[in-house]
Design a protein around this ligand. Structure first.
Ligand SMILES: Nc1nc2c(ncn2[C@@H]2O[C@H](COP(=O)(O)OP(=O)(O)OP(=O)(O)O)[C@@H](O)[C@H]2O)c(=O)[nH]1
Ligand SMILES: Nc1nc2c(ncn2[C@@H]2O[C@H](COP(=O)(O)OP(=O)(O)OP(=O)(O)O)[C@@H](O)[C@H]2O)c(=O)[nH]1
Length: 439
């Protein structure tokens, strides 16, 4: 099952950031050369009772007036309803219910999704009774916490993860390749999806997503089944640039989670922008297969070397996904769209690849022979044994003498050696180190 998404909605100042910071303490470490992604506090990976989920913060813009707050709250709630599996509605237990709270409650009441009302700033027992008035909102369970004091957080997490069981049983996997078409606004995602769905007569159905209010499209192409995860832009457009970008990132996170392969759509007329880097970085970090799709190629003036030069520039700008194939398409004319599909299929296979332990160890021993690990902290790294622990993405466990002296550049070297032998094109690969005691 894909990782559930939990969205926090709430007025400014109710304490969303405070809670976020409390929970985000144990963020999964980020590959250091992935740009952009880490610095924004838009989402965090949280684990509780062995259950992992992605927490997203739908707020974040400083509003000046009461009606701006209201319109923003509406949008936050919309986003949460569209993208989340569980919605946490945070309110201020010191201030009590406000008109904006009622407004949001009215919206959230219409969703089928579980909503948990979290009353914050209940810093001590004498304030506990403040929570009862929030039952008047008429949505879901009400639970009190103090984000600042760290009170009630465990109970809140218990409640949140208890909702996950509701959709754990949903059978999403029918052997189809799950594809997220992601990219910044206006890159041509909908056009591409329409072409894919429109051209092929073999669509099974447009079914509303089983766990989210999204529309997924099943398409059968040349005997292969694809599920294109709905990535339509947030329906109502905002004029605030930061807001547009924030929501497109949230949107991407939601679809990436469910995908095997991400088609990162770049607008050829604009080249790689910072937001493209960010979105590609999300796919990389999530361990998904990636195909870089340069769209609107019909609009580019071409000379003999245009495509190569363009590729080189992309390789520079998106160096952290150097493993991803690039394809130049036009969603408008259909040029190379079928090539793109072939690549997606190919990358999906690579992403799911299992390498035999014997072959893996041969390649690693050979790599070590050709180039010894550097001495770190006066110690020499020894790699005893390696095995593939999981697929999607391929993840290798290396048994070593000391886990704290594995140097980033040596890991890079091993990664390259493995790729040279086994391909693994289009997929990130991961290493886990285990210390072997009997040195
Ligand atoms: N007493 C008390 N104060 C809190 C608690 N949690 C947060 N605060 C305070 O409430 C204020 C707002 O907290 P933030 O976490 O910034 O609120 P926010 O909802 O993220 O606000 P925006 O970023 O504007 O959306 C800060 O002064 C916090 O110190 C709490 O549990 N108890
Ligand atoms: N010339 C040309 N125009 C394209 C192509 N693909 C999309 N467009 C145009 O680019 C604009 C944006 O396309 P959309 O498909 O709406 O882009 P999107 O990425 O879904 O945008 P959001 O919904 O905002 O995220 C539209 O005017 C399309 O007609 C293409 O391959 N060539």
């Amino acid at each position: 099952m894909s990782k559930p998404i939990v969205a926090i909605v709430g007025r400014p100042n109710v304490g969303k950031s405070t809670l976020f910071n409390k929970l985000a303490g144990r963020r999964i470490s980020i590959v250091e050369d992935t740009p952009g992604v880490t610095r924004d506090r838009i989402y965090a990976e949280v684990e509780w009772l062995n259950k992992k989920f992605t927490l997203v913060d739908t707020g974040g813009i400083e509003p000046e007036s009461e009606d701006v707050i209201l319109s923003q709250m509406r949008r936050q709630a919309e986003i949460a309803i569209e993208t989340a599996d569980v919605i946490v509605f945070m309110v201020d237990g010191k201030e009590g219910i406000t008109p904006a709270d009622y407004e949001v409650a009215n919206m959230l009441r219409k969703t089928q999704k579980p909503v948990l009302v979290v009353v914050n700033k209940i810093d001590n027992l004498s304030l506990e009774d403040n929570k009862y008035e929030f039952y008047n909102l008429g949505i879901g369970d009400v639970i009190s916490i103090s984000a600042a004091q760290g009170l009630g957080i465990g109970d809140m997490l218990d409640e949140i993860v208890s909702f996950f069981n509701d959709f754990e049983g949903v059978a999403e996997d029918e052997g189809e390749i799950k594809v997220a078409i992601i990219g910044k606004p206006n890159a041509g995602k909908s056009s591409l999806l329409n072409r894919l769905v429109g051209e092929e007569r073999a669509i099974v159905s447009d079914i509303p997503g089983t766990t989210r209010d999204s529309i997924d499209s099943f398409v059968e192409i040349g005997g292969d089944k694809f599920l294109f995860i709905d990535t339509a832009g947030i329906r109502k457009k905002s004029k605030v640039k930061e807001e547009v970008e924030r929501y497109s990132v949230l949107r991407a996170i939601a679809s990436i989670e469910r995908a095997d392969v991400c088609a990162v759509v770049i607008d050829a007329t604009e080249g790689v922008t910072e937001q493209d880097e960010k979105i590609a970085g999300l796919a990389h970090e999530a361990g998904k297969g990636v195909v870089i799709v340069v769209n609107k190629w019909d609009l580019i003036e071409k000379e003999t070397n245009t495509m190569n030069e363009y590729s080189e520039r992309i390789r520079k700008d998106l160096s952290f996904i150097s493993y991803a194939p690039i394809v130049f398409i036009s969603a408008k004319t259909g040029q190379r769209v079928s090539r793109m599909i072939e690549l997606i299929k190919y990358v999906a296979d690579q992403h799911a690849m299992r390498i035999r332990t014997g072959a893996l160890n041969e390649v690693i021993s050979e790599a070590v022979l050709m180039k010894q690990p550097p001495i770190e902290k006066g110690k020499a790294l020894k790699i005893y044994y390696a095995t593939q622990a999981s697929t999607k993405p391929p993840t290798f466990v290396l048994f070593v003498n000391y886990t704290d002296i594995v140097h980033f550049s040596y890991e890079r070297y091993l990664e390259n050696q493995i790729r040279q032998h086994f391909g693994l094109e289009g997929t990130p690969i991961r290493f886990i180190y285990r210390e072997k005691k009997d040195r």
